[in-house]
Design a protein around this ligand. Structure first.
Ligand code: ATP
Length: 875
């Protein structure tokens, strides 16, 4: 069905709707059942079974299974019932490991999906005669939608009203210049998509103006749906760290295979049974490769993003979590982010008057006129709900509407008396908004906006006085708006700024206060301590901005505050020279924001930047961490951002950086822990094969340690609470890898320590127990338990005496389970296939004592400063 060549009443009839009242609840329900949700089809989510099967696609696990199959075959061939134990147990261990993988992965995925849900776009509809905001996916054909700059068009829709409407349709038509839209245009049958100016299309964005439209097609029936086909929702973004780990895994794989080959050959030359050698080699390969690592990294990241979401920071792009930890510059908007965006009009000045006056409930006649004009030129409104005033819309505007109301002039009454015939919406480039109203038979243009943008467009008015007052009020952190007007003869068909916003007569100034957020001051302090530089970037006046920046501690003695115009006049070299001194950028345009981001990036800084408007999208993309406002932000800004602040709060960014640092440090702990233990295992087997031509561990033992007892402590380690002093350090350098600052060397040394201790235990076992099995049991206890204890060592770079031994409850539980699992294979009949035995208590304690050596060594290293925690900023 085509709608672009039909008249609006025809479309209404055809879709059984009404452009004034929209659909009613029953119609919506019926249509939702008939047409389904308004979304593009996504590839099906993987079932748990498919996930389980996936776990067996790991080449190492496949080799292990082949090994088990061979040993199974041999057992059948040799008719040896005991021979079945090993392959069956390998199978049990592998299945256990896979099950754990499925559970953890599903949890991680559920967390990430929940996050996706939180960021689904919303649409403004008229239903049952009232405006509501609903998730875009609930729209049905026939719904009446309202659109404004910054919205994504939620469905294909036929416009029936448009004001200076422009839509960017590059995704559909390839045309990057926004297309002008006109609800009244007559479009002929057969017109190509790009010429259908009375239609807006799903997935495109509104870049300018406002409009209303009737939804004609949803979901896969939209033009976008037709070309999108099956969208693969599984597109997973891997973080740089995940990619690096995948690479590391490959290298370790090759290394392990090399080691195995050597062990195999040495073993064969020394007459060891080939089957046991084969199994040991395979299990060593499994031990050497940290199979669980990628999954654990995903789990830690997903736990982190869930926590962030609870604290009002929704991560849209997973790699941003890692980048957050290195953020060194936070460029923040002022209004609403550093301030409360609770504007109250407190002062006004009418052109011709001597001085400003305070706003009361009965202001002089001239001030009342000013408020009247300001209200007529505003979209924000005040509703009375249960006797309470409720502001709807832009707080700058509602503060004017509210002041007019206090003076007995409601917006509804004014709009009725002086109807609006046309408008030029506000945008942060012009910093102006204009309407044409019919006032007492005369057409009048009313313009309100920043005084500096207004001055070049004025024909009359006491500009000198206005400037003086503007400056004086701005110094007191007030936001000042100028209001001007002019009579015109007719309403232009397509009003432009050049036509309306010229030759204006100044009517006066209004000034409003927007108090700083109390938590912002503290957050700025935390930033400074954490080596992060806060920078204010605002559309507001430089003096107002500076006053607030000073109050918050962003602008300090010696720092500069400059305007967008001054920034434009600077060359890149000049900017590079001065950027470190500039703390406030005022009256900026969205293009300025990109320059500021790039300027800091040239200094190797990691920049977080906030944005809300449709024009902020490029700056949000250019920043290392683009943060969109959840409340005041447009859908386009949200779509371009890495993170959405659901409370629009600066303090939330600082919190997110803290969490980001915590997540990175936890990942480091897990990686260090798992790699250290792997290195230890490989070393023991490799060295003892070379020295004594036998391994202290049979394959089952290695598998048990690596796939079973190690996994839980690793996950628990990843859940370690963020360390208290994490914001007392400098941010890590931009490309600083996880193994930087000696961390890699430390892991290797720790691995050597584990290996050495297990070998020592094996050696002592041979001397004390005089049996192979006893010696193996001692080595097994030392290796398995030293690794569980190592999880505690890795918790912090501070001493455990300072951190507290048992403060990570999950790790305590994990450690208990791991201890129990070690005991299980020693004290139950399982000890037969595991080749372990119950030892005399003395030997037991020796093995246990050796397992505690890493704790003593690590504590001493921490005490003597061999393990340095990241440098404090003040050091
Ligand atoms: P931020 O600090 O988040 O950049 P801002 O509100 O100061 O926000 P803009 O919204 O771009 O920045 O506003 C810039 C200037 O435009 C304001 O200082 C004010 O003078 C003017 N202005 C803001 N809102 C309106 C409006 N609704 N109508 C007319 N002028 C406005």
């Amino acid at each position: 069905m085509k709608f672009y060549d039909q008249s609006v009443p025809d479309v209404e009839r055809c879709l059984d709707t009404n452009i004034h009242t929209g659909l009613d609840t029953t119609q919506v329900k019926q249509r939702q059942e008939k047409y389904g949700p308004n979304k593009l089809k996504e590839a099906k989510q993987k079932s748990s079974f498919a996930r389980f099967v996936d776990q067996f696609k790991d080449p190492m696990i496949i080799i292990l299974l082949i090994a088990a199959a061979i040993s199974f075959g041999i057992a059948i061939f040799e008719k040896d019932p005991e021979g079945f134990f090993e392959p069956v147990l390998i199978l049990v261990i592998v299945i256990l490991n896979a099950l754990m993988g499925v559970v953890q992965e599903s949890k991680a995925e559920a967390a990430l999906n929940a996050l996706k849900q939180m960021t689904t776009p919303q649409a403004r509809v008229i239903r049952n005669g009232k405006e509501e905001i609903v998730p875009s996916q609930d729209l049905v054909p026939g719904d009446i939608i309202k659109l404004e700059a910054g919205d994504f068009v939620p469905a294909d829709a036929r416009l029936f009203q448009s004001v200076s409407l422009k839509s960017e349709e590059a995704a559909l038509t390839g045309e990057s210049v926004p297309a002008e839209k006109d609800a009244g245009a007559i479009v002929k049958d057969g017109a190509p998509l790009g010429d259908r100016v009375d239609m807006v299309y799903s997935g495109c964005s509104i870049t300018y103006g406002t409009g209303q439209a009737i939804v004609c097609a949803i979901g896969m029936d939209t033009e976008m749906g037709k070309i999108a086909g099956l969208l693969n929702s599984e597109e997973k973004s891997q973080t740089p760290l995940q990619l690096k780990l995948a690479q590391l895994g490959k290298y370790l794989g090759f290394l392990a295979i090399g080691c195995c080959a050597i062990i195999f050959v040495v073993g064969l030359l020394n007459g060891l049974p080939p089957m046991e050698l084969f199994l040991t080699s395979v299990s060593l390969a499994v031990a050497a490769i940290p199979e669980g690592l990628p999954a654990i990294v995903t789990i830690v990241l997903s736990i982190g993003v869930t926590k962030l979401a609870k604290q009002n920071a929704i991560i849209r792009n997973l790699p941003a979590v890692e980048t957050l930890g290195s953020a060194s510059i936070i460029c923040s908007d002022k209004t609403g982010t550093l301030t409360q965006n609770k504007m109250t009009l407190v002062k006004a000045w009418a052109d011709g008057d001597e001085d400003v006056v305070d706003i009361t409930t009965d202001d002089p006649k001239e001030i009342k006129r000013l408020l009247q004009l300001g209200t007529l030129c505003s979209d924000g409104s005040i509703l009375i709900e249960d006797g309470q005033e409720k502001s709807v819309g832009d707080p700058t505007e509602t503060s004017i509407v509210s002041a007019a109301m206090k003076n007995g002039m409601t917006k509804e009454a004014l709009n009725q008396m002086y109807p609006r015939l046309a408008e030029l919406p506000f945008d942060s480039d012009r910093k102006l908004m204009s309407t044409i109203n019919k006032m007492d038979g005369q057409l009048v243009v009313i313009t309100k906006g920043a005084l500096d943008s207004m001055i070049p467009r004025l024909k009359s008015g006491d500009v000198k006085k206005a400037k003086e007052l503007n400056e004086a009020m701005s110094k007191n952190a007030l936001r000042v708006l100028a209001i001007a007007s002019k009579p015109i003869d007719e309403v232009p068909k397509n009003p432009t700024s050049e036509q309306l916003e010229n030759d204006l007569n100044l009517e006066g100034l209004v000034a409003m206060i927007d108090p700083a957020r109390p938590e912002a001051k503290e957050a700025v302090k935390v930033c400074r301590k954490a080596g992060i530089r806060p920078v204010m970037i605002t559309g507001d006046h430089v003096i107002t901005a500076s006053a607030i920046a000073k109050e918050l501690g962003i602008l300090r003695d010696g720092d500069k505050a400059i305007t967008g115009v001054e920034l434009d006049a600077m060359s890149d070299d000049e900017l590079d020279h001065d950027i470190e001194n500039i703390s406030v950028y005022a009256r900026v345009s969205p293009e300025n924001k990109i320059r500021i981001v790039k300027g800091w990036q040239r200094k190797n800084q990691v920049v977080a930047m906030t944005g809300d408007g449709v024009n902020d999208a490029p700056a949000l993309k250019a920043a290392d961490i683009g943060c969109a406002m959840g409340i005041t932000g447009t859908e386009v800004a949200k779509g371009a951002a890495d993170m959405i602040l659901t409370d629009d709060n600066f303090a939330t960014i600082v919190f997110a950086v803290r969490e980001g640092r915590g997540i990175f440090s936890n990942l480091k702990k897990v990686i260090g822990y798992l790699l250290g233990t792997n290195i230890g295992e490989v070393l023991v087997v490799f060295v003892s094969m070379l020295l004594w031509h036998k391994s202290p561990f049979v394959s089952m033992q290695l598998l048990w340690i690596n796939l079973v007892t190690d996994s839980l402590p690793a996950i628990a380690l990843g859940m370690e609470p963020v360390e208290k002093d994490v914001m007392n350090h400098k941010p890590k350098a931009k490309n600083e890898g996880i193994f930087a600052n000696g961390f890699g060397a430390r892991i290797i040394l720790q691995g050597v320590m584990f290996g050495g201790l297990a070998l020592l235990s094996f050696y002592l076992g041979q001397q004390l127990t005089h049996t192979e099995r006893g010696a193996e049991t001692m080595a097994f206890i030392t290796l398995a338990l030293s690794q569980v204890i190592q999880a505690f060592n890795m918790r912090s770079e501070h001493s455990l005496f300072k951190t507290g031994f048992f403060t990570n409850k999950k790790l305590n539980m994990a450690a208990l389970v791991s201890f129990a699992l070690v005991a299980l294979v020693i004290f139950t009949p399982l000890n037969i296939p595991f080749n372990l035995e119950i030892l005399p208590w003395g030997d037991f304690f020796i093995a246990l004592g050796l397992a505690f050596v890493p704790f003593v060594v690590m504590e001493c290293s921490k005490a003597f400063g061999l393990i340095k925690h990241s440098k404090s900023y003040d050091e």
